[in-house]
Ligand binder design. Structure first.
Ligand SMILES: *Cc1c(COP(=O)(O)O)cnc(C)c1O
Length: 379
């Protein structure tokens, strides 16, 4: 058994083990929560929580909470993935890319998981399902970007994982593969030299990692990121904005700067989805915008992710940007910088023949306002 498999086996995998580890917590809640969505904390993460004195920002992510059961707001499938799934396990929402669900399991279960409806299922995904998904990708030449997701693709053993990556790579029109994984923060021991050696044969493979708090950037986590970066995998991070976990500019600035130093580019900061039983993790959108405003300018632009709402109903990711435009009229903009100082920017006149401008009336054009300035129409 490899070390990462031992850490999983020696961790908490059910309510009984949770209660043995945390005897001061309500066993009935643990049992009922575990029945709805499995409790799992592997030994690496458990030791990390304990070493840090089980602080709320690590504990809340994985601990059973009565509010999970009481909260009836939200939906089982807030992003409407099942409706946008042409074959089981594949979500084709955007024109040129798909999300390919390859594993149910994770190294621990985030209580705020957006795919609680299917993640943690003990069944493995059938060869038939994988085959149908690969066939779909092969039959659709517009697909040039395949995001392997789950669950966590790196919870598969090397061979089944490499088999899927190899088959996707064999499709001529697939340009890039991404692997969405929480492994470098959740179970960094899974990133072994053997895995990295094999996986790098299928470059370009982007590793979309997931860190939510700076305390997750342990020496082990950083070592796993270094191994991946050294092997040429571009590293991007996705963070979920979570109440009492990371919902302040100090924690996120520290996280994003720490990631950059580990050669990981912060990519998305997600507003929490409206998944049933996760309402107690949600912050207001205004708070998210305010945090973004408190980051921009103060830390490297490279460290600033896109703050997005994944639209309920399956509309995809919609960027949320604090407005720096105060006025936009009479051939000039009045802008405020990150410190709140006002600056004027004079405009040139618009060329109606400009093909980019003409796009407004084409299929690429949109109904929404293009101005960053509330209430002002540019047209
Ligand atoms: C997030 C997501 C993608 C990738 O989106 P990018 O903005 O390109 O990172 C693709 N498909 C689905 C269904 C997604 O949820």
């Amino acid at each position: 058994m490899e070390e990462w498999q031992r850490l999983l086996a020696e961790g908490i995998n059910n309510a009984k083990q949770w209660c043995e580890e945390f005897p001061d917590q309500d066993p009935l809640v643990a049992k009922r929560v575990d029945d709805v969505f499995q409790l799992r904390v592997n030994k690496y993460w458990l030791d990390l929580m304990k070493a840090k004195g089980s602080p709320v920002h690590l504990m809340k992510q994985v601990a059973p909470d009565e509010r999970e059961l009481l909260d009836q707001t939200g939906m089982d499938d807030p992003l409407n993935e099942e409706q946008q799934s042409p074959v089981p396990g594949l979500v084709h929402r955007y024109p040129d890319r798909v999300l390919f669900y390859v594993a149910h399991q994770c190294a621990f279960y985030c209580r705020y998981c957006t795919r609680k409806r299917k993640v943690s299922d003990p069944e493995s995904i059938s060869r038939e399902q994988v085959k149908r998904a690969v066939d779909y990708i092969a039959a659709h030449p517009e697909i040039r970007d395949v995001v392997l997701s789950g669950g966590d693709p790196l919870m598969l053993k090397d061979e089944p994982l490499l088999d899927i990556v190899r088959r996707v790579r064999e499709v001529k029109h697939v340009e890039i593969i991404r692997i969405g994984t929480r492994i470098p923060s959740a179970l960094p021991q899974r990133i072994t030299p053997a895995l990295v050696q094999e996986l790098r044969k299928y470059q370009p493979v982007y590793m979309m990692v997931h860190f939510d708090h700076p305390d997750e950037l342990t020496p082990e986590a950083i070592a796993s990121l270094n191994m991946l970066a050294d092997a040429g995998f571009p590293l991007m991070n996705q963070t979920v904005l979570l109440k009492d976990v990371n919902d302040n500019a100090e924690a996120l600035a520290k996280l994003f700067k720490g990631l950059l130093a580990a050669r990981v580019r912060p990519y998305y900061l997600y507003q929490a989805d409206i998944t049933k039983g996760t309402n107690y993790f949600r912050t207001t959108v205004m708070k998210g915008l305010e945090i973004m405003r408190q980051l921009r300018g103060y830390i490297s632009g490279l460290a600033i992710p896109h703050y997005v709402i994944d639209a309920p109903g399956g509309g995809g990711k919609i960027p949320m940007v604090p407005s720096y435009v105060e006025e936009w009229s009479n051939g000039k903009l009045v802008l405020r910088n990150y410190r709140g100082h006002a600056y004027e920017y004079p405009e040139v006149e618009e060329d109606p023949e400009d093909p980019v401008v003409a796009v407004r009336n084409s299929p690429w054009g949109r109904k929404g306002k293009i101005s960053g300035c509330e209430g002002i129409d540019v047209d």
